[in-house]
Design a protein around this ligand. Structure first.
Ligand SMILES: Cc1cc2nc3c(=O)[nH]c(=O)nc-3n(C[C@H](O)[C@H](O)[C@H](O)COP(=O)(O)OP(=O)(O)OC[C@H]3O[C@@H](n4cnc5c(N)ncnc54)[C@H](O)[C@@H]3O)c2cc1C
Length: 489
C-alpha cells in the first residue's frame, strides 16, 4: 500500500505497476536500479530521492492514459526532462511513492514552418538538437544556455529558462507560440495551432510556462524562430569593477542598440576556476582584471558588412571614455566559441570546485553593482571563511550569487552537515538581502524544492494565495510534482 500526498490510501502498488507496465510496454516502464538510479539525483547532487519506477511514455496519448491511471490510484508524478535543472524540481522525494515520468522519448522534431518562422517539437527534444533543426532551415532558436546538450524543451518551458540571449529575445516565455500538455486528470490540452491573435480568455499556455511540472506535463510545443545570424562579433573585455561593467553595458546599448545580444560578466576568481577546470583553455586577455565582460553583437544580412567596424568604434569610444582596461574581439568563429565555452563552463567548474550555496537572484539592473558589493561584504563578514562571488547575466539584472564553503567542508566536514548547519542560514541571509533590494529569489532557475520554503517565507501573501488557488483548481489531488514550488499547505 502507498499513501498519496493528498492523504488518500491508494490501492496496492503492485497492481498499479502491473497496469502501468501493460500500458507502456517494456521500454516504457522500469524498476531496474541501473536504469533508475542515475535519474534520482539532481545535477548539483544536492538532492537524491526514490521512486516507484521510471516511466517513459512514447506518445502524448500514452502519457494521458498513464496520468489517468495515476489519478485513479492516487500515485504522484514527478515529470523529468534532461535533469539539468538547478532547483531540485525533477528529483522525487525520499518516500519512494512517486512515479518518475521521463519525457525524453517525446523527441520528434516536426518540419520547420518557414512562412510563420515556427517549429513544432516534442517536449523531450534536447535544446542543442532544436538549434540544429532551426539552423538547417536557415533560421535560429534564440535561447541558449550551458546545459544545452541535455536540457529539453519541456524542462525549458516548465522552468521558463533564461540563458545568455534574454537581453535581446526574452526568456522561454517569449519563445512559446503554443503548447500541448497532459493535465492532472489525464486530459490533453492542445493549443499548437499558429494563431497570431487569440483572446478566448486567459492565456493558458503562459500559466503552464514556469509552473515546474506542478500544473500539467508538457508533451509538445510550437516555438518561435528568428532569422539566422549573418555575422556576430564576440568581445572579451576586462574592467576594474562591476560598476564599470554596468557603465560599459549602457555604452554598448547606446552604441549598437538591439544588435546587442548578450552581455555576461564574471569576476577574475571565476575565470581562474574555469581555467583550472579546462586545462587546454586560455585566458582571452593578457592580464588579470577585477571583472570580465563577454559581449556579443550580431547582424543580419543587411548589417553584416559593417559589423566589425561598428564594434571597433564601440570599443574605441569605450576606451576613450575610460570604461575599459582591455578588450579583444574574437578573430574567427572558433575563437568566438572558445570565449563562450569559458562562460558556459562556469557552472560545471564551480560544481567541481567544491561545496557552495547557490542563489539565482535578480534585482533592478541599475542596482546590481551596488547590491553585489554590499552582499559580498555582508555575507563574508557574517559567515567567516566563506567566499562570495557573483557571475552571469548582468544585462538582465540577474546574477548567480554563490557562497563557497570554508576550507575543510567536503573533506573533513561533511557537505550535507555544513549545508544544514550554516548553508541554510547563508541562503536565508542572501534572500533577505535580495528582498530588501526589491529583487527576486528566483530569476531563471525556478523554485523546485530548493527554494520552496524560502518562497513561502518571503513571498507576497497575495501572490502565494493566487498560486495556491491555481494549483488547487488544476490539480485538486496534489499529484503533480508534490512538494515542489509550493509547500503542501
Ligand atoms: C551547465 C548548465 C548551465 C545552465 N545554465 C542555465 C541558464 O543560463 N539559464 C537557465 O535558466 N537555466 C540554466 N541551467 C538550468 C537548466 O538547464 C534549465 O533549468 C532547464 O530548463 C532544465 O531543463 P531539463 O529538461 O533538464 O529539465 P529538468 O531538470 O528535467 O526539470 C526541471 C523542472 O521542469 C519540470 N519538467 C521537466 N520536463 C517537464 C515537462 N515536459 N512537463 C512539465 N514539467 C517538466 C521538472 O519536474 C522540474 O520541475 C543550466 C544547467 C546546466 C547544467
Amino acid at each position: 500500500m502507498t499513501q498519496s500526498p493528498s492523504g488518500q490510501i491508494a490501492v496496492a502498488t503492485d497492481s498499479f505497476l502491473a497496469l502501468a507496465a501493460a500500458l507502456l510496454g517494456p521500454r516504457g516502464l522500469t524498476q531496474d536500479p541501473d536504469l533508475l538510479t542515475p535519474w534520482l539525483t539532481d545535477w548539483r547532487a544536492r538532492y537524491t530521492g526514490r521512486a516507484l519506477a521510471l516511466a517513459a511514455p512514447a506518445s502524448a496519448a500514452e502519457l494521458s492514459a498513464l496520468v489517468k491511471l495515476c489519478a485513479a490510484h492516487g500515485v504522484a508524478i514527478v515529470p523529468q526532462g534532461g535533469n539539468s535543472g538547478m532547483s531540485g524540481g525533477a528529483t522525487p522525494d525520499a518516500s519512494g511513492t512517486s512515479l518518475l515520468v521521463s519525457l525524453r522519448r517525446l523527441n520528434s522534431i516536426g518540419a520547420v514552418d518557414t512562412d510563420n518562422r515556427q517549429i513544432t517539437c516534442g517536449a523531450g527534444v534536447v535544446l542543442h538538437d532544436l538549434h540544429e533543426a532551426a539552423a538547417s532551415a536557415g533560421l535560429r532558436f534564440p535561447l541558449t544556455l550551458g546545459g544545452k546538450g541535455v536540457a529539453t524543451v519541456g524542462g525549458l518551458i516548465s522552468t521558463n529558462a533564461g540563458g545568455t540571449q534574454v537581453l535581446r529575445h526574452g526568456t522561454m516565455r517569449a519563445q512559446v507560440a503554443g503548447i500541448e500538455a497532459v493535465l492532472a486528470d489525464g486530459s490533453l490540452y492542445s493549443a499548437l495551432v499558429p494563431l497570431k491573435k487569440d483572446n478566448r480568455g486567459f492565456d493558458l499556455k503562459q500559466l503552464l510556462i514556469g509552473s515546474e511540472g506542478t500544473l500539467g506535463i508538457v508533451t509538445a510545443a510550437r516555438l518561435r524562430l528568428v532569422p539566422a545570424l549573418a555575422e556576430r562579433a564576440v568581445v572579451w573585455a576586462g574592467v576594474p569593477s562591476l560598476q564599470a561593467a554596468r557603465a560599459l553595458l549602457l555604452h554598448c546599448e547606446k552604441a549598437v542598440g538591439e544588435a546587442l545580444e548578450g552581455f555576461e560578466v564574471l569576476p577574475q576568481a571565476c575565470l581562474d576556476t574555469v581555467l583550472a577546470y579546462l586545462p587546454s583553455a586560455r585566458a582571452p586577455l593578457e592580464h588579470k582584471h577585477g571583472w570580465h565582460a563577454l559581449i556579443e553583437v550580431v547582424a543580419d544580412a543587411s548589417g553584416a558588412a559593417t559589423l566589425s567596424e561598428r564594434v571597433e568604434t564601440m570599443l574605441a569610444s569605450a576606451f576613450a571614455a575610460g570604461l575599459l582596461e582591455d578588450a579583444t574581439i574574437a578573430a574567427n568563429e572558433a575563437q568566438a566559441e572558445a570565449f563562450w565555452s569559458l562562460r558556459e563552463s562556469v557552472a560545471p567548474a564551480e560544481r567541481a570546485q567544491g561545496p557552495a550555496m547557490q542563489h539565482d537572484i535578480s534585482v533592478p539592473v541599475a542596482a546590481m553593482p551596488d547590491f553585489v558589493d554590499a552582499a559580498v561584504a555582508d555575507i563574508e563578514a557574517r559567515f567567516p571563511g566563506t567566499r562570495a562571488l557573483a557571475f552571469g547575466h548582468l544585462g538582465d539584472g540577474n546574477v548567480h550569487f554563490h557562497v563557497l564553503a570554508p576550507e575543510g567542508v567536503g573533506a573533513g566536514i561533511e557537505r550535507g552537515a555544513w549545508e544544514e548547519a550554516e548553508g541554510k542560514a547563508i541562503s536565508r541571509a542572501v534572500h533577505d538581502l535580495v528582498t530588501h533590494w526589491g529583487g527576486s529569489i528566483s530569476a531563471e532557475h525556478g523554485i523546485g524544492q530548493m527554494k520552496r520554503d524560502e518562497l513561502a517565507r518571503l513571498g507576497d501573501p497575495v501572490a502565494l494565495a493566487m498560486l495556491r488557488a491555481v494549483k488547487a483548481a488544476l490539480d485538486p489531488l496534489g499529484l503533480l510534482n508534490p512538494g515542489k514550488l509550493l509547500s503542501p499547505n
